[in-house]
Design a protein around this ligand. Structure first.
Ligand SMILES: [Zn+2]
Length: 401
């Protein structure tokens, strides 16, 4: 081998080694094109700008017809994340501050890790910073609270559908063409005729309040395991996990494609196809049909988040078949630590905005017990959110014997 040839070989090896070293030590740099705001967890109108290595600025867009309402910071890093940390400076419109709640990041959209804002919404609602640790893999997902996409909700529903006590109703389509589901869980066997069973209706109207959706999933998982089998035989349970399924891919926090706040979309005087928000009309019409059936709803739940532990608030209607509401409060107190669920309380007054929420609205229209199931915005894991739901439905099962 002459000197020239071996020199080329050595040069070749050197280049390979350097290339390999830089790949292993994460010297790939993140660039703007690695950020995707159009995935199952997305953020309509978000713009990303690179300021320096691993430091980016994101400017958030706003909800349809609501220029002051920011879209939440949902996105995906499609590659090159491994070995890099990341600092994001985020700016957005002021209403329902983008940084009121924590966010989560994940490599697989299943195992989520909380990430917290530097300043917080009380100090700086329109500009704040998130700092992520060094990523271990190239692909990263980021979303509001403990996120869940519409596609994941749909997969959850199709996974439980084969269960003999589950029935899935597709009531219609959202404006974006996604299915509007109501899942019914009731024992297919048992001595109690359908017309004599307790009927509970569980809903989520604000699509970006993902912790509330996990709370509902916790209820479903309890219902479908052995512990819930007795309760299944004497109850009918309706679940609307996501009333505005077009939202997660757009980062919409409270609205549908018309920009209507989904928890101000109830018409207590009756559903109205012309005037009502598209998805709200479909769900309210369906609820009205349930109320006319031989198994009308006994309790109706709206699941939301605000800060702190879960906070169930009751619009209670006395019923000879059950004890006073304080009995339910005591059952729940015995089951759940107050750090997870605050003691059950009543809320008898009509909200300032009227009977247009999915809790007070049905309470006013049908005279049924409604539960505004708030809080839980400071529960940072999927498991604890699900646990809160499980304990709530256990208390319901014990009270509505
Ligand atoms: Zn809400």
């Amino acid at each position: 081998m002459n000197t020239k040839v071996s020199f080329i070989w050595i040069l070749g090896f050197a280049v390979l080694i350097l290339f390999g070293l830089s790949a292993c030590s994460g010297e790939k740099e993140l660039s703007e094109s690695d950020f995707n705001f159009d995935g199952p967890l997305g953020s309509e109108g978000a713009v990303v700008e690179k300021l320096e290595k691993n430091l980016f600025k994101v400017t958030l867009g706003h909800a349809p017809n609501q220029p002051e309402w920011n879209n939440k910071l949902n996105f995906e890093i499609t590659g090159n994340a491994k070995g890099n940390d990341l600092t994001l400076i985020v700016e957005g419109p002021p209403r329902y501050a983008m940084n009121e709640y924590f966010y989560s990041w994940s490599h697989d959209m299943e195992n989520w890790n909380p990430v917290h804002w530097n300043a917080g919404y009380r100090v700086s609602p329109e500009r704040d910073t998130l700092v992520f640790p060094v990523f271990q893999q190239d692909r990263v997902y980021v979303g509001h609270q403990v996120p869940i996409s519409y596609e994941q909700v749909e997969k959850f529903i199709s996974d439980i559908e084969p269960h003999e006590d589950v029935e899935v109703h597709t009531l219609g389509k959202s404006l974006g063409g996604r299915n509007l589901y109501r899942v019914v869980i009731t024992g297919s066997s048992g001595d109690v005729p359908l017309k004599d069973r307790w009927v509970h209706y569980f809903s989520n109207s604000h699509p970006g309040e993902h912790n509330a959706q996990w709370r509902m999933i916790g209820k479903i998982e309890w219902l479908l395991n052995d512990e819930g089998s007795e309760f299944r035989k004497r109850s009918i349970n309706h679940f609307v996990l996501m009333m505005s399924p077009d939202a997660p891919s757009n980062g919409w926090y409270r609205v549908n494609a018309q920009g209507i706040d989904m928890n101000r979309s109830y018409f207590p005087e009756g559903s109205d196809k012309e005037k009502q928000a598209h998805e709200a009309y479909i769900f309210q019409r369906d609820l009205e049909e349930l109320m006319e059936s031989e198994s009308p709803v006994t309790t109706l739940w709206g699941h939301h988040t605000w800060g702190g532990p879960v906070e169930p608030l009751l619009y209670f209607v006395e019923d000879d078949r059950v004890g006073p509401w304080t009995e339910w409060r005591d059952i729940l107190l015995a089951l759940a630590p107050e750090t997870l669920i605050k003691p059950l309380d009543t809320r008898e007054r009509e909200p300032g905005y009227g009977a247009i929420s999915w809790e007070y609205g049905p309470h006013a229209q049908f005279g049924i017990t409604a539960i505004l199931c708030e809080g839980g915005g400071a529960i940072y894991t999927k498991e604890e959110n699900k646990l809160s739901g499980r304990l709530l439905i256990e208390s319901l099962a014990e009270f509505y014997k």
